[in-house]
Design a protein around this ligand. Structure first.
Ligand code: NAI
Ligand code: MG
Length: 351
């Protein structure tokens, strides 16, 4: 029996609704599989916790989390009681940074039973690997002078290590998928960092002779995400380019309520963290109608991360069946509750 220890942080708002629903599904997955077990421990770290303790997590919170195989998080944020910069930086971003989760991965696929805003979408299924620790989002730079003479300089920082790490992750991932990696570049306009990016890509791809590659400038690539997303498999992108591409990926799927994400630590020193793309949705919290699919698909990504790929595939297939059968929450045109969707998924998993 393989045992995975998972730290659970439901967080705020609908995190407290979709995380229990997804855990129900995850435990059913273990039951159906027979050879795996999930040992979960829940942590109450959230904005409510902040009100009571004056901090978003315990002082030794990171020390505690370190020992888990993965962190499964709902959403953080309740701006009515704690400012977002305090809550997000005190928990979510702290974990991402301290645990060197330098890569963000987000899939996008055409989902049965869920209308894409694209007019005639083909069957797309792609994964963006976004470098998540450096690049354009750096603190290097500054501003001088005031008024008409004011100057702002913002430097992008690309290290060989960070760039190569993201690319190797993308190539390794492509081996488990359709065997194709696209590099998002802009070396025709950005003359230092992007030619460097291209060079590293060309070096890394030599180590993966079985993987096909292509290179697109980010502007064209953004357009292709709309016009022919079905032609992509894995896309590796810098922090800024990846940020933009993943939002387009989410948009062409049709709803923020179903989009999952993983924050990956690649050096093995710390656990990775899995969380849906959406936030705590205070506007619908408490009504029991939050879409649990984002959180459940996030659980599937965690299964993939553990190497339980077959089980993950099966889970996603069942989720699509349930959506296609019309058992869905109001955000995607149904009238089912969070609990009903999760229970239907459990029921079909057991069949
Ligand atoms: P949000 O993602 O929470 O909500 C945006 C809209 O999408 C809302 O209308 C909401 O009802 C809807 N929505 C989101 N998830 C849904 C789901 N699973 N099912 C059905 N509808 C869903 O973004 P918003 O409103 O900008 O932020 C709310 C709070 O969440 C803020 O405190 C924000 O900082 C935080 N946040 C946290 C994130 C995280 O924990 N990773 C990510 C984004 C926002
Ligand atoms: Mg974004």
């Amino acid at each position: 029996m393989k045992k995975y220890n998972i730290a659970i942080i439901p967080g705020d708002g609908i995190g407290k609704e979709v995380v229990p629903a997804a855990l129900n599904v995850l435990h059913t997955v273990a039951e159906v599989h027979g050879g795996i077990q999930f040992e979960t421990k829940e942590f109450p770290w959230s904005c409510d916790y902040y009100l009571e303790h004056g901090k978003m997590m315990d002082d030794d919170g990171l020390e505690i989390l370190r020992n888990y195989h993965a962190i499964f998080l709902g959403a953080v944020g309740n701006p009515a009681i704690v400012p977002d910069h305090v809550s997000l930086w005190g928990l979510l971003i702290k974990i991402r940074r301290e645990f060197e989760q330098s890569i963000n991965i987000r899939p996008a696929k055409l989902f049965s039973g869920l209308p894409s805003p694209l007019a005639n979408p083909k069957d797309f299924d792609l994964m963006v690997v976004r470098e998540n620790s450096e690049g354009e989002y750096s603190e290097a730079g500054g501003r001088i002078h005031k008024g008409e003479d004011e100057v702002a300089i913002q430097n992008a920082v690309f290290t060989k290590k960070g760039t190569e790490r993201a690319m190797r992750y993308a190539f390794d991932l492509a081996k488990t998928r359709k065997g194709h990696v696209t590099s998002a570049t802009k070396s025709n306009g950005i003359v230092h960092s992007m030619p460097f990016w291209d060079e590293v890509f060309n070096e890394v791809k030599n180590d993966y002779p079985d993987i096909k590659t292509s290179v697109n400038h980010i502007d064209a690539l953004a357009a292709f995400f709309i016009s022919k997303p079905q032609t992509f498999d894995v896309i590796v992108a810098s922090n800024l380019f990846g940020d933009i591409l993943t939002d387009i990926g989410g948009a062409i799927m049709g709803s923020i309520g179903i989009a999952p994400a993983g924050n990956i630590n690649t050096n093995g020193k710390y656990p990775s963290m899995f969380e849906p793309v959406h936030g705590s949705a205070p506007d619908i919290y408490g009504k029991g109608i939050a879409n649990p699919i984002g959180q459940i698909w996030t659980a599937k990504m965690m299964l993939d991360h553990f190497g339980e790929v077959e089980m993950g595939e099966r889970l996603l297939q069942v989720v699509e069946e349930v959506t296609a059968a019309g058992i869905k929450t109001p955000d995607i045109g149904g009238n089912a509750t969070t609990v009903e969707v999760a229970e239907e998924i459990c029921k079909r998993l057991k069949q």
